[in-house]
Design a protein around this ligand. Structure first.
Ligand SMILES: Cc1cc2nc3c(=O)[nH]c(=O)nc-3n(C[C@H](O)[C@H](O)[C@H](O)COP(=O)(O)OP(=O)(O)OC[C@H]3O[C@@H](n4cnc5c(N)ncnc54)[C@H](O)[C@@H]3O)c2cc1C
Length: 457
């Protein structure tokens, strides 16, 4: 049995805590917030449970985790059919894509150009030193890249897409060619091609259930206790304002810059410079309370165009069947931004007006908002910027070799991964603790495997 200190009660930390506690280790989890879930948590707005932006459990979740979540959530884990739309020029295209809908709704010149580029696709040669745009264009053609991925990437990452790396395309774009997209669109005609899973009480119920199971297995959960000091090495420890815990191993999901800032054995100057060089995009989430039972029947709307400032709009009530209030609904608009820009610091009513303006531009009804609630996430999308490959590799090397500490999860590795990926990381992180030490060769192999994760949107 080992003593394990876990930092963070998001899904990654909780999966690690559950795995470690069920393997008989003594586990204590420190969480800075008063609730569990991290950015996959849920909270209430006007009596409606909402998430930090559109969240769903994807059908690609490994059977092992589906079985775990089914056992923890029972009937509360609902299978749902995706029902989203993409705003493309002034039209709406169903998302996930569907063949019939594409035929009816794609602008004819767009469809024609994509068709021609599909035929000429095999002639497109990989460029030397390709970036994000080269890679997406090689796979999907200039029209899909130029009209969808490039503006969307500009919005999400805040820089010219030509400055993003090909690695980002590998991590975020699963489609290999327009024909693969069509094959998927064909599959989407069958109901299970569009299935996702969602808990009755909001996405945060996944983390709440994991926390309950970890606690039942013996883990101690210290909520509202940010870890402020960490000691690495053969006798690691972690401290909050209230306590210091001496442990055998620390499993950390805290953001890399925060870990570097709180660790006694500070990284050398080159690693500090590398951490500073890695930029992360923030997000402001604007929740509008709308005095009608439903705003639209769609779960999510996607806005690639730069004419609309939000990247996505979701309506949490449409993700589940439950006894939500019938006289109101809540919309959640995602506004990617930088932590030092105008959007980040805008007042709530300004943000509400900006979203209402976006809705009008997209031809959606006026929301007649009765209440605006704003939440801010400082670190959402790691920016895989050309030129940052060296610093990223330096940071990865530093993290992989930290004695007594395993850093994982979305912010602990600085990756854009889904919940099902971080559950896997948590399970593996716990499993690499053997006899009070971390099995480093195994962890390094697992890190290589995590690097092949592809995000599902
Ligand atoms: C807008 C948006 C939409 C998304 N949609 C989906 C989706 O549809 N499907 C999907 O699978 N995934 C989705 N994701 C990704 C999903 O939210 C993440 O994969 C997941 O939350 C990552 O979990 P984590 O535990 O690694 O990190 P986090 O959720 O960031 O949790 C880290 C935890 O550590 C805590 N912490 C940080 N510092 C300290 C400290 N010093 N001491 C103690 N605690 C600390 C934080 O408070 C937090 O609770 C989405 C993410 C965003 C932002």
């Amino acid at each position: 049995m080992s003593r394990i200190g876990v930092i963070g009660a998001g899904p990654a930390g909780l999966a690690a805590a559950l795995g470690a506690a069920r393997s008989g280790h003594e586990v204590v989890v420190f969480e800075a917030a008063d609730t569990v879930g991290g950015m996959a948590g849920s909270f209430e707005v006007a009596g409606v449970r909402v998430d930090y932006g559109s969240h769903r459990l994807h059908a690609s979740t490994a059977p092992e985790f589906m079985a775990l979540l089914r056992s923890l959530l029972g009937d509360d884990l609902q299978a749902r059919e995706r029902n989203g739309r993409i705003h493309l020029r002034d039209r709406w295209v169903a998302f996930p894509l569907r063949l019939g809908d594409l035929a009816r709704r794609l602008p004819p010149d767009f469809a024609f150009r994509v068709g021609a580029e599909t035929v000429t696709g095999p002639l497109r040669r990989p460029r030397p030193d390709p970036g994000f745009v080269d890679e997406v264009t090689r796979r999907l053609g200039p029209t899909v890249s130029g009209e969808f991925y490039e503006p969307y990437a500009t919005k999400l990452y805040g820089i010219e897409p030509s400055r993003l790396t090909a690695e980002l395309a590998s991590r975020r774009v699963s489609a290999s060619s327009p024909l693969a997209v069509l094959a998927k669109a064909f599959k989407a005609r069958q109901p299970d091609g569009r299935t996702f899973y969602y808990p009755r009480r909001g996405y945060g119920q996944v983390s709440e259930a994991l926390a309950e199971a970890a606690t039942a297995a013996g883990a101690k959960l210290r909520l509202g206790e940010p870890v402020t000091a960490v000691v690495a090495g053969p006798s690691p420890s972690l401290s909050s304002a209230a306590v210091t815990e001496d442990v055998d191993v620390i499993l950390s999901t805290m953001p890399v810059p925060a870990l570097a800032g709180s660790i006694e054995q500070a990284p050398d100057a080159a690693v500090v410079r590398a951490i500073d060089a890695l930029r992360v995009r923030a997000m402001v989430l604007v929740y509008l309370v709308v005095p009608r039972p439903q705003y639209t029947p769609f779960d999510a709307h996607y806005f690639p165009s730069l004419d609309v400032s939000m990247s996505r709009l979701s309506e949490p009530k449409n993700y589940r069947d439950r006894d939500d209030p019938t006289d109101r609904t809540v919309l959640c608009a995602e506004l990617p931004c930088w932590v030092d820009d105008e959007t980040w610091s805008a007042a709530d009513d300004e943000l509400g007006a900006q979203v209402a303006d976006d809705l009008a531009r997209a031809g959606l009804p006026a929301p007649d908002t009765t209440e605006i609630i704003v939440r801010r996430l400082p670190a959402v999308y790691p920016v895989y910027e050309r030129g940052s490959e060296g610093p990223r590799a330096d940071v990865e090397r530093w993290l992989a070799d930290l004695p007594g500490i395993v850093s994982f999860g979305r912010q602990g590795l600085g990756v854009p991964d889904n919940l099902h990926h971080v559950l896997d990381m948590g399970r593996v992180a716990a499993a690499t603790v053997d006899g009070g030490v971390v099995d480093r060769p195994r962890w390094r192999d697992e890190l290589e495997r995590f690097a092949t994760n592809v995000v599902v949107d």
